[in-house]
Ligand binder design. Structure first.
Ligand SMILES: *Cc1c(COP(=O)(O)O)cnc(C)c1O
Length: 377
C-alpha cells in the first residue's frame, strides 16, 4: 500500500484561472455558491421543484416547448450518445455533416449503433454547404436522419443549422444537432428551425460547471424512440425510461442525480434568463468584434473566413515568433489564463480562444491581450 503519511489533510483550494479555451468557461455569478448548498435527495419535493424550474429554463434557452427536455447527468459527450443510442436502429440511414473533430465524433457514435452513413463533408475551417446537403438528400430518399454540429469547436466554424435543418425537414428527416458550444452563445431556435434532437453541455455557453448535458427531443423524435423494433441498448440513457423521472406525476427513481451540479445549472440558467438571450447574443458579437480588432492589430489572423466565424470560439493562427506550447504555458504560469491548443490537423498551428459564459466581457479580453503582449519573443 502507498504511504499516505506525507499527504496533506488541508482543505482543498483551487487557483482561479481565467478559462479562455474551448471549454470549460468560468461560471456565472452565483453558480459556485449554489454548489456549496446542502445535499438533497433526488426524489425530495424540493429537488423535484428544482428539476421543474431547470426544465422550464432549458425550454427557454433552447426555444422549445417540448416536454421531453431533460438534463442527462454527464458531459456533452453523454448528451451526444443519448441522441444516437435512442434514435438510431441498425440499418437506419443517416446523412451526417462532417467538417471537424466533433462531426467525426457524431459519426463514431452512428457507426457504433449500426447506422448506414452518408457523409457530407467540408474541409476543416469551412462551413457545410447547404447545396451539398440538398444533393445528398435528393440522392438518398430512404434516409431517415440528418446530423450537424452548430458550432464546430475544433475549427471555430459556424454551420448554418437553420438552413440545413429546413432542407432536412422538407424531406421529412429527423434532425440531430450538436449545440455543445452554441447554446447560450449564438442564436438557436429549436422548434422554429425544425430540430428534433439536440444536446449541449453545462460548462461552455451556459456558464455553469462541467458534468451536465441538457437535451431535448421533439414529439416526432420521441415517437421514433417509442416505436423502435429493438430496445435502446443503454438502459441508463433510454429516454422513454428517463422521461418519467422528469415528467411523471409521481416521480420514479431513475438514478441519483448529482444534486449540486443541478443547483449550479439552475443558478446559471436563472442568470441567463435575467440577462435575456437576445442581449447575450448581441453582447457575444460585440465582445468578439472588439477581440477581433485587437488581435488583428497584433498580427494574429483568423483561421476561418469572417462570414463563418463563431464569436464564442476564435481560432487564431499563431504568428511567427510565438511558440505554441511555450506561449500557452507562459499565459498559464504568469497570467493564470488558459487558452486551447489546435486539435487534429490544426495542432501546433492555432490557438482556440473561447469567450464564453461569464467571460463574455471586454475585461476578460483585455486581460488576455495584456498577457499576449507580454509573451517573450
Ligand atoms: C465540448 C464539445 C463536445 C463534448 O462535450 P464534453 O462536455 O467535453 O463531453 C461535443 N461537441 C462539441 C461541438 C464540443 O465543443
Amino acid at each position: 500500500m502507498k504511504n499516505t503519511d506525507t499527504l496533506s489533510t488541508a482543505p482543498v483550494t483551487i487557483q482561479d484561472i481565467l478559462l479562455l479555451g474551448p471549454g470549460p468557461s468560468n461560471s456565472y455569478p452565483g453558480v459556485l455558491d449554489a454548489i456549496a448548498q446542502p445535499t438533497l435527495g433526488h426524489l425530495d419535493p424540493d429537488f423535484i421543484k428544482i428539476m421543474d424550474e431547470i426544465k422550464t429554463l432549458l425550454q427557454y434557452v433552447y426555444q422549445t416547448d417540448s416536454q421531453h427536455t431533460y438534463v442527462v447527468s454527464g458531459p456533452g459527450s453523454l448528451g451526444m450518445e443519448t441522441c444516437f443510442v435512442n434514435l438510431i436502429e441498425p440499418g437506419d440511414k443517416i446523412i451526417m455533416c462532417r467538417n471537424g473533430f466533433f462531426g467525426n465524433r457524431m459519426y463514431e457514435n452512428a457507426v457504433r449503433f449500426g447506422a448506414e452513413i452518408i457523409s457530407v463533408e467540408a474541409a476543416w475551417g469551412q462551413a457545410i454547404q447547404a447545396s451539398a446537403v440538398a444533393e445528398a438528400i435528393a440522392r438518398h430518399p430512404d434516409a431517415k436522419f440528418l446530423s450537424i454540429v452548430q458550432a464546430e469547436t475544433s475549427t471555430g466554424v459556424r454551420n448554418d443549422v437553420q438552413a440545413i435543418c429546413a432542407l432536412a425537414k422538407q424531406a421529412g428527416l429527423i434532425t440531430i444537432v450538436d449545440a455543445v458550444t452554441s447554446l447560450g452563445a449564438i442564436p438557436l431556435k429549436v422548434t422554429e428551425w425544425g430540430i428534433d434532437a439536440i444536446y449541449s453541455c453545462s460548462q461552455k455557453g451556459l456558464g455553469a460547471v462541467p458534468g451536465m448535458s441538457p437535451v431535448t427531443f421533439s414529439e416526432a423524435a420521441f415517437d421514433k424512440v417509442k416505436s423502435r423494433k429493438t430496445p435502446v441498448v443503454s438502459w441508463y440513457q433510454d429516454i422513454t425510461v428517463y422521461d418519467a423521472y422528469w415528467n411523471a406525476e409521481k416521480r420514479p427513481y431513475h438514478h441519483t442525480a448529482p444534486a449540486h451540479q443541478y443547483y449550479a445549472l439552475l443558478a446559471a440558467l436563472r442568470h441567463i434568463k435575467g440577462l435575456g438571450l437576445e442581449k447575450i447574443w448581441t453582447e457575444q458579437e460585440a465582445v468578439h468584434e472588439y477581440f477581433a480588432e485587437q488581435m488583428l492589430r497584433r498580427n494574429w489572423n483568423f483561421f476561418v473566413a469572417q462570414e463563418d466565424r463563431l464569436p464564442q470560439l476564435n481560432t487564431m493562427l499563431i504568428p511567427q515568433g510565438i511558440n505554441d506550447a511555450e506561449g500557452r504555458t507562459f499565459l498559464r504560469q504568469n497570467f493564470q489564463i488558459e487558452v486551447g491548443a489546435g486539435l487534429g490537423e490544426m495542432a501546433g498551428k492555432l490557438w482556440r480562444i473561447g469567450i464564453m459564459g461569464a467571460n463574455v466581457k471586454t475585461e476578460a479580453v483585455d486581460r488576455l491581450l495584456n498577457a499576449i503582449d507580454s509573451i517573450p519573443k
